[in-house]
Design a protein around this ligand. Structure first.
Ligand code: E4P
Length: 213
């Protein structure tokens, strides 16, 4: 299973670079950094060799394709994030024909994931946390999409997005999702266990009691 970092923060990316396979960004994440999107993407692609998603903000297919072409000039590993709309899927088809990889974002149903795959998306990003927020089971959607993709040997990779806790990552791995994109505070939590801390403390205390020459 691949782990992406869901951030536009370069310090977070440098901190976890040794563990991650890619990065996803979005307009909210870049707004939080208060810096130019293209500059940030260039810096991120200098650190991470795997896929780095950059999100288009146009609402029409032509505009999205134009943005996608511009983003893809930044680095070879840029993936164009396209929202799950009718116009978005037209853009995905066009970008795919141009050899530009895409990540269909804001996916909240299995039918949307089916359409994204039919349009030729490289990746699809179902948002599990936002579904949980409205009282649905986000992880159930991941299972449905994986089943459908499996039925038809669809090559589109599922990126579990909008992750809110380490359990989302664990459950993604159990059901066989290809990728989870994780905020750094959740990735940090995945390293930790209170018994690990307790164990280290105990071993260090015992080590102090070992006779040394
Ligand atoms: C993923 O591609 C999205 O950028 C992200 O996971 C959205 O997460 P949120 O629902 O916490 O904003």
């Amino acid at each position: 299973m691949k782990l992406f970092l869901d951030t536009a923060n370069v310090d977070e990316i440098k901190k976890f670079e040794f563990m991650i396979d890619g990065v996803t960004t979005n307009p909210t994440l870049i707004m939080m950094e208060g810096r130019d999107y293209n500059e940030a993407l260039k810096e991120i692609c200098g650190i991470v060799k795997g896929p780095v998603s950059a999100e288009a903000v146009s609402l029409d297919a032509e505009g999205m394709v134009k943005e996608g072409k511009e983003f893809s000039k930044i680095a070879k590993n840029i993936i164009i994030k396209i929202p799950m709309t009718n116009e978005g899927m037209k853009a995905v088809q066009k970008l795919t024909k141009l050899g530009i990889k895409t990540n269909v974002t804001l996916v909240f149903s299995a039918n949307q994931a089916l359409l994204a795959a039919k349009a030729g998306a490289t990746y699809v990003s179902p948002f599990v946390g936002r579904l949980d927020d409205i009282g649905q089971d986000g992880m159930l959607l991941i299972e449905e999409i994986l089943d459908i993709y499996d039925n038809y040997e669809i090559k589109t990779e599922v990126i579990v997005a909008s992750i809110r806790n380490p359990d989302h990552v664990k459950r993604s791995a159990i059901v066989g999702a290809g990728v989870a994109t994780i905020p750094s505070k959740i990735l940090e939590k995945m390293f930790n266990h209170s018994l690990t801390d307790k164990g280290i403390k105990q071993f260090l205390a015992d080590w102090e009691k070992v006779p040394k020459k």
